[in-house]
Design a protein around this ligand. Sequence first.
Ligand SMILES: C[S@@+](CC[C@H](N)C(=O)[O-])C[C@H]1O[C@@H](n2cnc3c(N)ncnc32)[C@H](O)[C@@H]1O
Length: 319
Amino acid sequence: MSRDASDRHRQIPETRSGATVGAVDRAEWLETVRRRKVERFDTLHAPDYDEHWGAVPATHADYVARLVAATPPGGRVLDAACGTGRFFPQLIAAGLRVEGVDASAAMLANAARKHPDVPTRVAGLRTLAVDAPYDAVMCVDALENLPPEDWPAAIAALRAAARDGAPVYLTVERADADDIARLNGEAADAGLPVVDGEMADTDGGYHYYPPRTRVRDWLAEAGLDVVDEADGDDYWHLLCRAAPHSTPDPTTRRTPTATSRRRRRRPSIASLAVGTGAGMAGAVVLLLVAGAFGAAGVVVTAAVEALVVYVLYRWSPTP
Ligand SMILES: C[S@@+](CC[C@H](N)C(=O)[O-])C[C@H]1O[C@@H](n2cnc3c(N)ncnc32)[C@H](O)[C@@H]1O
C-alpha cells in the first residue's frame, strides 16, 4: 500500500451514488474526498514526491517500453495524471512527444521544472478535453485515487483521448484483501460512507481497490481491449488497445433511422388490409379444400399457403 497509506479499512454492502451510509451522505463526502485529494497532492506529496516515489519500478518500466513499442515513431503520448513526470525521460529517450496533465498544479510544477519543454496542463481524469487524439495514452498509479463512481468516466476519457488502435497503458493498485477489508472496516467505524474496496480516513486519505472483474467490465464498456497484462510492483498493469469505434458499413448494413425504426414497429394500414384480406382468402380456400379432400387436403394446402407467404415476405421490397 502506497502514498496514501493513511487511506484505511471490513466488507460492507455496496451503496449507490448518493446513498447515505450512517450519518454521512456519500455524494457530499465524495466531493470532499475529490477536493482533499488534490489539496493533499499539492501540499503533502508534491514537495518531496520524487524523493520518496521518484524511482521507476521494473514492471512499470517494462510496460512503458511495451507502450513505446506499440506507438508510431515520433508519436504523441498523453501521460494523464503524470504527477512529477516520472516517465517523461523514458518516453523522450524513445523519441516520442509527451504531454502531461494532472489535477495537482504543484505536482505539474515539479514536472515542468525538470522538463520545461514538455507541455503540461491542469486537468482531471474525467475531463481530459483533448483537441486531437493521441498516438498513445497512459495513466499510471493514479486511478486508485478515484472512487468507483468516477472510474467509468475516467476510463472513457482515456479511451477518447486515444486515436483508434492506439495503445493505452493503465495500472490498477493491488493490496492484500485482508488489509483492504480491515481498513475498510476502520473507515466504516469512523462513520465514513465507504463501499467495498475503499479505504479512507478523516484527513482526506483515500484509495479504492476495485475487483478485477469490475475493471474488465469498465474497460470493455469504454472500448479498451486488453492485449497484455501482468502483476508487479504492487500494481496490475494493463496494456490495452483503443478499439475502433464501430461504424456501420453502408454497403452491407443500413443504419436504422428514427423513421425506419418507426416503420418496422408499426405496419401501414394498407399492408394490414392486404394481410387481412390474404389471410381470409386463405381460410376460405382451406374450408373448400376440407369439404372436397378432407384433412389431408387441408394440410397440403396450408403448407403451400405458408410457403407462398414466406416467399412473398422474403423477397418483397424493403421500404
Ligand atoms: C501517485 S501519483 C502518480 C503520478 C505519475 N503517474 C507517476 O506514476 O509518477 C498520482 C497522481 O494522480 C493525480 N491525480 C489524482 N487524482 C486525479 C484526478 N482525479 N485527475 C487527475 N489527476 C489526479 C495526482 O495529482 C498525482 O499527481
